[in-house]
Design a protein around this ligand. Structure first.
Ligand code: MTE
Length: 321
């Protein structure tokens, strides 16, 4: 996915606004619209890290089992994509400098209840913690199978209460080049952005992960909160989310801005639609050199195919890159 072409949208480094949210937790909670969430302040007050959400490992939801072996934990947590920290897969040590507690998460746009609150408060308000075994298929044709912990993304809508005209959720990663040296590479359109339709976000598979392998997410896998949409290529799974914006405009994602002919909005896994530069017919499981066939919608066809029936796309292939 390495793309180094400079484009007209290139951001000067001076445009990168540092995070202005390093307030203490008490200040965030004051502004968090607790009444709107119907939560007692006491349920949010403990100065606990997201890591301290009780219950790890959460009960596994047996509806999401797999027919392939779970990937070795060390492999899945040391071979990662997080371009904010560099374009190599071996960036996990560099991510340690990222402070994930406290972590301000903002909900805004076309919602009844715009708010900024701590990630821990947000996922607690969403509720429904569980563990799920999911396939993961990177657009680069490597794959893994991992146990995610977290909450259904559909529950975000119960907290945010989107207004009738909202059609999409736009998600944005933190922006802080002092912490993330990759963000000094101004030819990338930082911050990382991804998006889903409201219907996709409400699909049972859409998941906001807080943990992996029965433990809180390590930074390199997207702490403290990241998206998991297992029927789509992995680049849709935006890490370390700062902002959820409900909108009637289709978001233009980070990769789509860079190369819309290679990385589109829908990005549904399809072995029959090759990437312009390589085949998507097979995948390499992390920890092995063997290639196995890739499945339509990454094996989740029954759960998601209805989302794309009759969509007005120019070319059916648009749904699969
Ligand atoms: N999110 C952010 N913010 N930055 C990234 O570079 N990479 C994406 C996705 N989410 C990325 C990101 C890609 S290309 C993939 S395949 C997955 O994260 C990888 O997730 P993993 O590293 O936890 O396996």
């Amino acid at each position: 996915m390495l793309i180094r072409t400079r484009r007209s949208w290139e951001l000067p480094e001076s445009a990168a606004t540092p995070e202005s949210v390093w307030m203490n937790r008490r200040d965030w909670l004051k502004g968090a619209g607790l009444a709107g969430l119907g939560l007692a302040a006491s349920s949010l007050a403990p100065a606990a890290a997201l890591a301290a959400i009780g219950g790890y490992p959460f009960p596994r939801n047996g509806a999401y089992s797999l027919d392939r072996a779970v990937t070795d934990e060390e492999m899945a947590t040391t071979y990662t994509n997080f371009y904010e920290f560099g374009s190599s897969k071996n960036i996990w040590k560099k991510t340690k400098r990222m402070q994930t507690d406290p972590w301000a998460a903002t909900i805004d746009g076309m919602v009844e209840s715009a708010m900024t609150l701590d990630a821990e408060a947000l996922v607690s308000a969403m509720g429904g913690f569980e563990e799920r075994l999911y396939r993961h298929r990177c657009v680069e044709a490597w794959a893994m199978a991992v146990p995610w912990s977290g909450v259904p993304l559909a529950n975000l809508l119960k907290v945010a209460k989107p207004t009738a005209g909202a059609k999409y959720i736009r998600m944005e990663t933190f922006l802080d080049p002092k912490v993330a040296p990759g963000q000094k590479q101004a030819w990338y359109p930082w911050p990382y952005v991804e998006g889903l339709t409201i219907e996709e976000a409400q699909n049972e598979l859409s998941f906001l992960a807080t943990g992996i392998y029965g433990k809180p997410l390590p930074n390199q896998n997207g702490a403290p909160i990241r998206l998991v949409t297992p029927w789509k290529y992995g680049f849709k799974g935006i890490k370390s989310i700062r902002r959820f914006t409900f909108t009637d405009q289709r978001p233009v994602s980070f990769w789509e801005q860079l190369a819309g002919n290679e990385y589109g909005f829908w990005a549904n896994v399809n072995p029959n639609v090759p990437h312009p530069r390589w085949s998507q017919a097979t995948e390499r499981m992390l920890g092995s050199d063997d290639r196995v066939p890739t499945l339509l919608f990454n094996g989740y066809r029954d759960e998601v195919e209805y989302l794309y029936a009759g969509l007005p796309v120019r070319d059916a292939r648009e749904l699969y890159y």
